[in-house]
Design a protein around this ligand. Structure first.
Ligand SMILES: *[C@@H]1O[C@H](CO)[C@@H](O)[C@H](O)[C@H]1NC(C)=O
Ligand SMILES: *[C@@H]1O[C@H](CO)[C@@H](O)[C@H](O)[C@H]1NC(C)=O
Ligand SMILES: *[C@@H]1O[C@H](CO)[C@@H](O)[C@H](O)[C@H]1NC(C)=O
Ligand SMILES: *[C@@H]1O[C@H](CO)[C@@H](O)[C@H](O)[C@H]1NC(C)=O
Length: 494
């Protein structure tokens, strides 16, 4: 099997090597970390066992199955809650240095508040962390990966400013119980996604309030992040000596043409889609990107709102949030083409109108199984260089990168995606970008939010029709294990 697959890998990789004109083997630095990632709601299942509270994704999939591609929910998913040992066994088989997973807030605090701590949730994550450490795998933990306790959503969720205090209470519980063993923390995963698509669109909680609730969400997420970072600095870091960061998603925004208006539009898109969260934290001046401030203030005024739809930070908040991250966690999958918009303003608030650009993709770029995902490796190099130049070269941990394909264990195209994106990342590092590690998304197949189980990103196939949710390695798993063990792009053709 191995040998047959090696030949396939060689067929995929050799032409690519010629194109790039890179005769030597690509090897990453000695301490560079390779790992894989998942998120609680997407794999754990056990949605209502042992005292776990309801999350907004439990609620949404149960009340709005029609909004999920295959009308499914993650009630069971890959059943990782019951398959902890099997999952860690596969991570050992992969030879990864780290595993990025998330803690389900309602599994720890069923009602979202820290007066009631669910001991079974503490036991489960403690056991997972111990099992990883026993096998020399570094746990990297996301504190919030989209699964807000429903009881807090009933108070308005991320649109209610009090949520920043509640998140801080949750963070304290998490640091108190796991901070002795977990040294790499991410506060939030992809605030652009859950604010823009969840509060601005029809991902859970499905507020569908673009250009309004989405900004309230972003504002309170940034406040919660700032408080949490300072809490760790003041009360934990001297004892626990870990690092705290945030995970932002950044699809590269390439101007559609060389026309100056499109160049300007592409920069506006980068600022709205990435700068929204990156500028307050990573820029030297802090606060929202000036272009967001100006455009949203002006358009709100022309829509007859008495104040801007983009909230304002106090001076203390700007200082709190500026510099509140030890590194940048970067999720990168694809690239968009950006052209100038028509400049029209409608009465209805909308993020799209505020941003004022047209977003497309080149139809010739190879497609994945997700409508938004096309294979554009050079965009990864540009995104990393943009971060280097714009935000004074922060340490970057690539926290997600991957491709969805139709179900198959001979995932030759996934190996090709990995090879091409990893060499683009290597090129960015040669340009001077400070990249410290790489995390493939995803370890095993997951419940892909509103796409249900229809999109598979895993290095391991999950058989959802089997009671044990049987995991089977794909070709890409053997490729990734060679990469993780040697830190060199596998050159199986030799
Ligand atoms: C948990 O949810 C399942 C459906 O996923 C249901 O069959 C079961 O009765 C529920 N258990 C409890 C304790 O509510
Ligand atoms: C979401 O909002 C859009 C734009 O306002 C509207 O056309 C659409 O019907 C809404 N969808 C749902 C399910 O509420
Ligand atoms: C750190 O702990 C001290 C003493 O318990 C407390 O007074 C302070 O508010 C804490 N700092 C933060 C940021 O929570
Ligand atoms: C992804 O795969 C599923 C299952 O084969 C299919 O139904 C769906 O149309 C595909 N989506 C895209 C965007 O290719």
């Amino acid at each position: 099997m191995e040998i047959k697959y090696s030949v396939i890998v060689a067929v995929i990789l050799v032409p690519w090597l010629k194109v790039e004109g890179a005769p030597q083997r690509i090897c990453f630095p000695k301490h560079f970390m390779f790992g894989v990632g998942t998120a609680a709601y997407q794999i754990e299942g056990a949605w209502n066992v042992s005292g776990k509270g309801e999350s907004i994704w439990d609620h949404y999939t149960h009340y709005h199955p029609e909004r999920i591609f295959d009308h499914s929910s993650a009630d069971v998913a890959a059943d990782s809650y019951h398959q902890l040992r099997e999952d860690v066994r596969l991570l050992v088989e992969l030879g990864v240095q780290h595993y990025r997973f998330s803690i389900s807030w309602p599994r720890i605090l069923p009602m979202g508040l820290s007066n009631d701590v669910n001991e079974d949730g503490i036991r489960y994550y403690g056991a997972l962390i111990d099992e990883l450490l026993a096998h020399n795998i570094e746990p990297m933990v996301t504190m919030y990966h989209f699964d807000l306790p429903q009881s807090l959503q009933d108070l308005g969720g991320w649109t209610n400013p009090i949520i920043a205090d509640y998140f801080l209470d949750y963070a304290r519980v998490v640091f108190d119980h796991f901070g002795d063993r977990v040294k790499v923390w991410f506060t939030f995963n992809e605030p652009l996604s859950f604010c823009h698509d969840g509060y601005g669109g029809l991902d859970a909680p499905g507020a569908n309030s673009s250009g309004f609730e989405a900004y309230l969400c972003g504002h309170n997420v940034l406040r919660a992040h700032g408080y949490t970072y300072r809490l760790y600095q003041q009360n934990y870091s001297h004892l626990q000596r870990g690092v705290v960061g945030i995970v932002l998603d950044f699809a590269w925004c390439e101007p559609a043409t060389t026309y100056e208006g499109d160049q300007r539009a592409a920069e506006a898109a980068r600022q709205f889609r990435f700068g929204w969260f990156a500028h307050p934290i990573f820029s030297s001046e802090g606060d929202y990107p000036p272009i967001m401030r100006e455009r949203i203030d002006e358009i709100s005024r022309r829509q007859h709102f008495p104040r801007s739809r983009l909230p304002t930070f106090t001076a203390e908040e700007v200082t709190l949030i500026r510099g509140s991250s030890d590194f940048l966690g970067l999720n990168h999958y694809t690239t968009y083409l950006i052209a100038q918009g028509n400049g029209k303003i409608y009465p209805q608030p909308s993020f799209k109108t505020d941003m004022g650009v047209v977003v497309t993709q080149n139809q010739e770029w190879p497609k994945a199984n997700s409508s938004w995902l096309r294979v554009v490796p050079w965009g990864f190099r540009r995104a990393l260089n943009y971060i280097r130049q714009k935000y004074n070269n922060p340490p970057v941990l690539v926290t997600e990168n991957g491709i969805s394909l139709e179900r198959s264990n001979r995932d030759v195209r996934r190996v090709g995606y990995l090879a091409s994106y990893l060499s683009a990342m290597y090129a960015a590092m040669s340009d001077g970008c400070d990249v410290r590690g790489y995390t493939y998304w995803s370890f095993i197949d997951t419940f892909e939010w509103t796409s249900g189980f229809s999109e598979r990103f895993g290095l391991y196939d999950v058989d959802y029709s089997s009671a044990s949710r049987k995991r089977t390695p794909r070709l890409s798993a053997s490729y990734f294990s060679k990469l993780a063990r040697t830190r060199c792009l596998p050159d199986s053709w030799n």
